[in-house]
Design a protein around this ligand. Structure first.
Ligand SMILES: Cc1cc2nc3c(=O)[nH]c(=O)nc-3n(C[C@H](O)[C@H](O)[C@H](O)COP(=O)(O)OP(=O)(O)OC[C@H]3O[C@@H](n4cnc5c(N)ncnc54)[C@H](O)[C@@H]3O)c2cc1C
Length: 329
């Protein structure tokens, strides 16, 4: 099945296919292994076609990714097809009022924030320091400063398993902190329309500069990492504090497993000191979950996703417990 699909993809759009890629090259953690086929579409139409083909071969694992800034690939690699949505899909357009912006899923989030700031558009300054692509950000309903991207989203254009485009209006969607309905329905984000307000370029730029300066102070920048590993639970935040504080409190800041380490700069980050494996990271994730639970009675869930060689995708703590034993009640 897989070989047939690879042949079909190579003959249909060979120039955007790569049969010798490694997931570590497109994961911010720099962890991964060989990927059987990587496809990087250069238009929404090509993306639709690729999705349609892949779904005809339903036994072949496939996954759509942006920059891999939230993904832990297994060190064994990925035995299927990865569709990578990046720069080739990054058109940005405005409506006549100039305050409604539609972009393709592959635009780099800091570049989008920069472009909006040049026009003095306000509302999503909080995304300016988040790596990754807008499709991944919408899927994760990511954001910062207690905000999330779907708050400013008007509509999302998605591709279903048949390769057809569908439109969802954000006001009709159930979403909450770091949760979007797209996490469960298998559709691929193709375009996103944001609703913004006209502000002053100087003010918007100043706000972004201050957000970037504060992130630079708080987050580890030199070593590969995937940002915050654990989600902040509002109840736990009020009673104990954010995940980083809880992890530091139980004395785990700086703990190493192989070449992975709980960052000495910010305890909710796990860094790769060079050559870390997915199991090293998963071991630390389970250790954190266990020790914080023993201390606080809160079970912290992961924001980071684990990608199995067979295409399975789950929050990383689920794989960590499957490997190293369950935690809690
Ligand atoms: C240093 C650092 C700081 C970070 N800070 C923040 C932060 O402040 N706030 C925050 O929310 N996140 C943060 N992150 C996490 C990450 O950047 C975001 O979650 C980002 O939005 C993921 O985008 P991506 O393109 O890299 O997605 P990927 O990591 O490639 O994928 C993430 C998930 O989205 C899915 N996906 C990707 N693209 C699509 C698409 N087009 N359609 C459907 N599904 C798709 C993937 O299948 C996967 O399940 C940080 C990460 C790093 C490394």
């Amino acid at each position: 099945m897989l070989n047939q699909l690879i042949e079909k993809c190579l003959s249909e759009f060979g120039e955007i296919c790569n049969t010798s890629s490694n997931a570590a090259d497109f994961s911010y953690w720099k962890i991964g292994g060989p990927v059987k086929l990587l496809i990087e579409p250069s238009s929404v139409e090509q993306l639709q076609k690729a999705i349609k083909y892949i779904n005809l071969y339903s036994d072949v694992p496939s996954l759509c990714v942006g920059d891999g800034s939230n993904l832990l690939f297994d060190s064994a690699g990925f035995d299927g097809v990865i569709i990578k949505i990046g720069n080739a899909l990054s058109k940005l357009e405005y409506d006549q009022t100039g305050t409604i912006a539609t972009c393709e899923a592959g635009i780099w989030v800091p570049e989008l924030a920069y472009q909006l700031s040049l026009k003095g558009l306000t509302g999503v300054e909080h995304i300016c320091g988040i790596p990754g692509r807008i499709g991944g950000l919408v899927y994760m309903n990511g954001g910062s400063n207690r905000r999330s991207i779907l708050e400013n989203t008007l509509k999302v254009e998605l591709i279903n398993r048949l390769g057809e485009l569908e439109v969802e209006h954000a006001k009709d969607l159930p979403f909450s902190y770091r949760t979007s309905p797209f996490q469960n329905d298998g559709r691929i984000v193709a375009r996103v329309t944001l609703s913004l307000m006209q502000g002053e370029r100087k003010v918007v730029r100043a706000k972004m500069r201050s957000i970037l300066a504060s992130r630079r102070k708080k987050f580890p920048r030199k070593l590969p990492n995937c940002g915050s590993v654990f989600l902040s639970d509002p109840k736990m935040y009020d009673l104990i504090g954010p995940p980083g504080f809880a992890i530091e409190k139980v004395g785990l800041k700086g703990l190493k497993q192989g070449q992975a380490q709980i960052s000495p700069v910010h305890a909710n980050f796990i860094v790769n000191n060079g050559g870390a494996t997915s199991d090293d990271v998963l071991y630390l994730i389970r250790k954190i979950r266990q020790d914080v639970y023993a201390d606080t009675d809160f079970l912290m869930d992961c924001e980071a996703r684990y990608v199995a060689p067979n295409g399975g995708l789950c929050q990383a703590h689920i794989k960590a417990e499957a490997l190293f034993g369950s935690v809690g009640k």
